[in-house]
Design a protein around this ligand. Structure first.
Ligand SMILES: [Zn+2]
Length: 391
């Protein structure tokens, strides 16, 4: 029997019964809006025993469900999860795919002696000096000795007040980097400003990116100052004095959501592949031969619709009642209808999120949504795996 474990480099959308063993190297949350308490998503960067990194995302109810589960530095096994192409504008690693946990995912804290403690995706400064090697869409980590700190500055960025601090770091090969960190990271640098330290200050900047433009929130970035990691010890052991030209980088991490292709407008009908559809700039109706490779549970599976025949609009809560904004009528109950987001993949291995509405989904499931709603209420029906592989 083949091992149920696979390596992170082999994670692809179709490989379903997979289990990966990973170390969690970064946990952070994306708020609904800047400064909001409500979290839109929880994000992880994880690394396997071979040192391959991949991004993990949790949405909606899963944000709370895994609130106290994932801890930085700990080991986990993950089983049954969604895999699809990375779609964030700024990536936390260069893996082609990312992972999303869904209703079917099993997470276990594990102990594995000898599992390497790779915590960082350290980039040599040399790579950052060659513009052909710099991908400003992929974030990375750098380590260095702080050799210069500037006074913190207050600026107005996009109409909002922001704080920043500039400093310079050096590696052990005589290279230097100018860094800028923003807002809450300023506080971690401040104690070293104007301080009389004799000991070297070694900083790891996790998830920063080479500077091109800067308009962002900084949820992913983290600073580690003189932290007790193997990478820091190794660096300290090699410290010498250094001089060399510099180049600027800045920390930032924007998690921008693309809309995917959930909306079709009317036009001519065309048969196309997922890959070509993603490249297409034109609106229209398309037939896409593709296979369902995963179901997104985090966005629910149904909605309650208006009871007026032919309306089908979603009812919104209105006190004790439900209201249809289209018919302007109030109802005590609504009609359950399917609304399910699935991941599909075409023969060329391109994948995309598709939205299945009531008619298509009841054909595939074989039961009307109202019956399922009686049985499960809003809970995701766990027995839905027969949807998988539908074409
Ligand atoms: Zn209505």
């Amino acid at each position: 029997m083949p091992s149920q474990y696979i390596l992170v480099k082999d994670v692809v959308p179709l490989n379903r019964e997979r289990v990966i063993r990973i170390r969690c190297v970064r946990v952070y949350e994306i708020p609904e809006r800047r400064g909001a308490k409500q979290m839109k998503s929880r994000e992880l960067v994880v690394c396997d025993e071979e040192g391959t990194f991949i991004h993990v995302n949790m949405q909606n109810s899963d944000v709370d469900k895994y609130k106290n589960v994932f801890k930085k530095g700990k080991l986990y096994s993950l089983k049954n999860f969604l895999v699809f192409s990375q779609y964030y504008m700024y990536r936390t690693c260069d893996h082609r795919y990312m992972i999303r946990l869904n209703y079917n995912t099993q997470v276990k804290a594990i102990k594995s002696r000898g599992f390497p403690t790779n915590m960082f995706q350290l980039k040599p400064y040399q790579c950052l000096k060659d513009p052909t090697l710099v991908n400003d869409k992929v974030m990375f980590d750098v380590i260095g000795r702080v050799i210069e700190i500037h006074a913190p500055l207050d600026k107005i960025i996009g109409g909002k007040p922001a704080k920043l601090i500039d400093f310079k770091i050096a590696d052990n090969e005589g290279n230097q980097l100018k860094c800028t960190v923003w807002d809450n990271h300023v506080a971690s640098m401040l104690p070293f400003y104007n301080s009389d330290l004799k000991e070297p200050v070694v900083v790891v900047i996790q998830l920063c990116r080479a500077k091109i433009v800067n308009t962002s929130s900084y949820d992913a970035t983290k600073l580690y100052l003189n932290a007790s990691y193997q990478e820091v010890e190794d660096f300290k052991a090699k410290i010498t004095t250094v001089h060399s030209p510099l180049r600027s980088i800045t920390t930032s991490a924007v998690m921008s959501q693309s809309t995917g292709i959930s909306e079709f407008k009317s036009g001519s009908l065309t048969v196309t592949s997922v890959g070509d559809l993603l490249k297409s700039k034109q609106d229209g109706d398309f037939y896409v031969p593709a296979q369902i490779v995963g179901i997104e549970g985090s966005f629910g599976w149904m909605y309650l619709s208006c009871m007026t025949s032919g309306c089908n609009r979603k009812l919104k809560p209105d006190g004790e009642d439900l209201i249809c904004s289209n018919c302007d009528k109030k109802f005590k109950e609504g009609m359950a209808r399917f609304r399910v987001i699935v991941r599909v993949m075409d023969k060329g291995l391109s994948d995309a999120p598709f939205l299945l509405w009531d008619r298509e989904c009841s054909e595939l499931v074989g039961i009307p949504a109202s019956l399922l709603y009686k049985k499960y209420n809003k809970i995701f029906p766990k027995s839905w795996n027969h949807l998988l592989d539908c074409q």
